[in-house]
Design a binder for this molecule. Structure first.
Ligand code: ATP
Ligand code: MG
Length: 254
């Protein structure tokens, strides 16, 4: 019973965490527009207005998805194109990275062995990716961030790599623990709750995706998410999420 209450609290904290990050991103883009960082004509600022609208929509769809799950409706597992999905993620985060004087790059292959269609709950997958890209921006003082979509043999892999502070080898095993933060996180003047990676892990686990990390202190970090290839020509889920009982935690409204 106590476990259930704790799990619900974590669920709510995780939702508030992601909704507030969306709105923080939106307000950052608005401030850049007000400062004229991208120019003043409609043509110049249109891509950033689109990023602003999409960031705002992301916050709203999280709230909506939570309302739907409160009403105990099933989660929507659908097929979508990861190549264009990541293009949107890139467009949303490009101005935020630029605000922090970082270069965000989106690297793709010219062709993919089995195409780029994946199956999953796009709102949750978006939460996972946004948390990883947000971290890459947060923990990199200067340099580049790479978002990549690649084939790894038959599977589809997303990489999020940064040239930031890295994570000490002895701390790597802690990073997915809810509320854990590396001792140097505050030294970098970065606030946080220690929930982003836990959210990412929950989404990966619920979808049966493999998430792994490579990091070298003071050099950078790379997270890799593998969407396994399925015989029907689509990557990812077989058509349904893991039942709640088999999930890591009921930490997400998925
Ligand atoms: N890309 C990264 N580079 C270096 N350290 C990282 C990176 N991503 C995560 N970490 C470390 O792992 C810890 C946990 O990350 P997590 O995203 O869960 O929490 P947070 O970023 O501290 O806070 P929150 O995401 O809740 O705002 C971070 O505090 C940081 O120490
Ligand atoms: Mg984080």
């Amino acid at each position: 019973m106590q476990q259930e209450v704790l799990s619900k609290q974590l669920d709510l904290s995780a939702l508030l965490h992601d909704v507030s990050n969306s709105f923080k991103g939106a307000s950052l883009i608005v401030n850049q527009l007000i400062d004229g960082a991208y120019g003043y004509s409609l043509e110049e600022i249109r891509p950033f207005l689109i990023a602003l609208r999409d960031t705002n929509d992301r916050g709203m769809s999280l709230v909506e998805a939570n309302r739907v799950s409160q009403e105990a409706k099933p989660v929507t597992v659908a097929q979508f194109d990861m190549l264009s999905f990541l293009q949107t993620t890139y467009s949303l985060f490009k101005p935020i990275a630029q605000y922090h004087s970082l270069n965000l790059h989106y690297e793709t292959q010219s062709s993919y062995k089995h195409g780029t269609q994946v199956q999953g709950d796009s709102i949750s997958i978006d939460r996972m990716l946004c948390n990883l890209v947000t971290n890459a921006i947060k923990y990199t003082l200067a340099g580049d961030i790479f978002l990549r979509l690649l084939n790894q043999e038959d599977d589809l892999a997303i990489e999020i790599e940064d040239t930031g502070c890295g994570i000490a080898a002895e701390q790597l095993s802690n990073i997915f623990i809810p509320l854990w933060r590396a001792p140097n996180s505050n030294l970098l003047h970065q606030s946080g709750m220690g929930l982003g990676l836990y959210i990412a892990l929950c989404v990966a686990h619920a979808h049966g995706l493999k998430i792994s990390v490579n990091s070298v202190a003071k050099q950078g970090t790379k997270f890799t998410i593998i969407f396994p290839y399925k015989d029907d020509g689509i990557y990812g889920l077989d058509g349904r999420m893991l039942p709640k009982s088999q999930r890591l935690q009921d930490a997400l409204s998925i």
